[in-house]
Design a protein around this ligand. Structure first.
Ligand code: NIG
Ligand code: FE
Length: 414
């Protein structure tokens, strides 16, 4: 199937070749004005200026007139937990009344609360709920998403989550990557027997995950009160031994050592980074590991925002993601993430859009097939209503500018 998009006011992130962007390069966002774009069998086969549109295209009946809207690579959300059961707005109110995230976790709430519910929920019901969230984020412009396990914390629960993600991969038009996060927190019965839970992960979860190919990456919540750097390293190395590259929850509440651990292990990304010092920033800047910033999690937990400026100015490669989960970011809206990055973290609109598209794709191992308007890449595109400029996207926070998405041959336009 061939589709020809015409009258695109701004065609954003056009690149002949693509590479991970770090430091100053993040501020360079190539844009073509008044453009057309051709999709063949779901792949970007050609694009150019409307003035050069070959006339033979106008005789075809598969033309989609974008009518002055703009076209971007669909958002690449490289960190989410969208497979979960129910919701936790009760804890949200507890927090308003004064409890901290850590106090809620210490009394068996938080991740354990979600794990309890998830273990009582059937695989079909979990799939149904996750599918609804996936459809929702697609309507908001997301075309690729990474999804983690981590609310099972039992062999059956973790495998159930990963099988749901596998089914989402099979049925959805979005590109999906799967991450095993068995080390999200210690289940209550292992609170005083950490080694017992590490052994359960290594001897009963990882072998099945590897043999059934249920995950692409391994993750650990490296944080005080959760997994120490030594425990995190142990788990990551066990995952690496079966081919899973780490993506680590690092430096969220404390200087956990997670960033340096990720760099040492060659992690694809270290994520969160609310609490950074110069040594963590320099370690990241001199590595190939991507720093994934999750501004809506900082916002929802009333924490300081990630130091995006220091990270970028030190030469780090930065991605932006939602962390969509029931405890610290019950939103998967990448438009809001991009706005918050600009408003609260002083990222330039160009930097934020690159971090939410091309670098997000790299943070999922999908940089060579998604994240920019490059011939040969998958045509995963988001279409906006007419907008005057690129900066209008983060500027108009909370407005719904997305008209729809094109994910290969699957076109969904409002
Ligand atoms: O990425 N930080 C750890 N995990 C999640 C929150 C999990 C939860 O509270 O359910 C996060 O923020
Ligand atoms: Fe997370």
């Amino acid at each position: 199937m061939t589709t020809i998009l015409i009258n695109i006011r701004l065609l954003v992130n056009t690149r002949t070749t693509s590479a991970l962007l770090r430091g100053k390069a993040l501020a360079e966002l190539p844009v073509m004005e008044n453009a057309y774009l051709v999709i063949e069998e779901g792949i970007i086969s050609e694009y150019g200026s409307m003035a050069d549109l070959p006339s033979r295209y106008l005789q075809q009946n598969n033309i989609l007139d974008i009518q002055g809207g703009s076209v971007l690579p669909a958002w690449c959300d490289s960190h989410s937990h969208i497979v979960f059961a129910g919701s936790r707005e009760g804890e949200f109110v507890d927090k308003i009344r004064g409890l901290s995230y850590e106090e809620i976790a210490a009394k068996g709430g938080g991740i354990l609360n979600s794990a309890n519910l998830l273990n009582k929920t059937s695989e079909d019901e979990l799939f149904r709920q996750a599918w609804e969230r996936l459809e929702e984020v697609r309507r908001q412009g997301t075309g690729a998403i990474e999804i983690k396990s981590g609310y099972g914390l039992t062999v059956d629960g973790e495998l159930k989550m990963l099988r749901v993600i596998k089914k989402l991969k099979e049925k959805s038009s979005l590109s999906i990557k799967s991450t095993f996060l068995g080390a999200h927190t210690f289940p209550l019965e292992y609170r005083n027997n950490h080694q017992g839970y590490l052994d359960l992960i290594k001897s009963s979860m990882l072998p099945v995950i590897a043999s059934e190919k249920l995950a692409d990456y391994i993750d650990v919540f490296c944080e005080q009160g959760f997994f120490s750097p030594e425990e995190s390293e142990d788990i990551c190395r066990a995952g690496m031994a079966v081919g899973l590259r780490p993506k680590i929850h690092a430096n969220q509440m404390h200087l956990s050592g997670g960033t340096q651990l990720g760099v040492k292990l060659g992690a694809l990304s270290v994520d969160h980074l609310e609490t950074m010092d110069e040594s963590a920033i320099q370690a990241l800047a001199h590595s190939d590991t991507i720093g994934t910033l999750l501004p809506t999690a900082a916002f929802f937990l009333r924490m300081p925002f990630q130091p995006a400026r220091s990270l970028i100015d030190s030469g780090c490669a930065i991605a932006l993601a939602t962390d969509y989960n029931p405890g610290s970011s019950p939103s998967g809206n990448m438009n809001l993430v991009v706005s918050m990055a600009c408003i609260q973290m002083k990222m330039l609109p160009e930097e934020a859009i690159n971090a939410a598209t091309l670098n997000g794709a790299y943070a999922m191992g999908l940089g060579s097939e998604l994240g920019s308007i490059t011939t040969g890449k998958k045509a995963h595109l988001l279409i906006t209503r007419p907008i005057p400029s690129i900066a209008f996207i983060p500027y108009s926070f909370g407005s719904s500018l997305i008209r729809g998405t094109i994910l290969g041959d699957d076109i969904l336009l409002g």
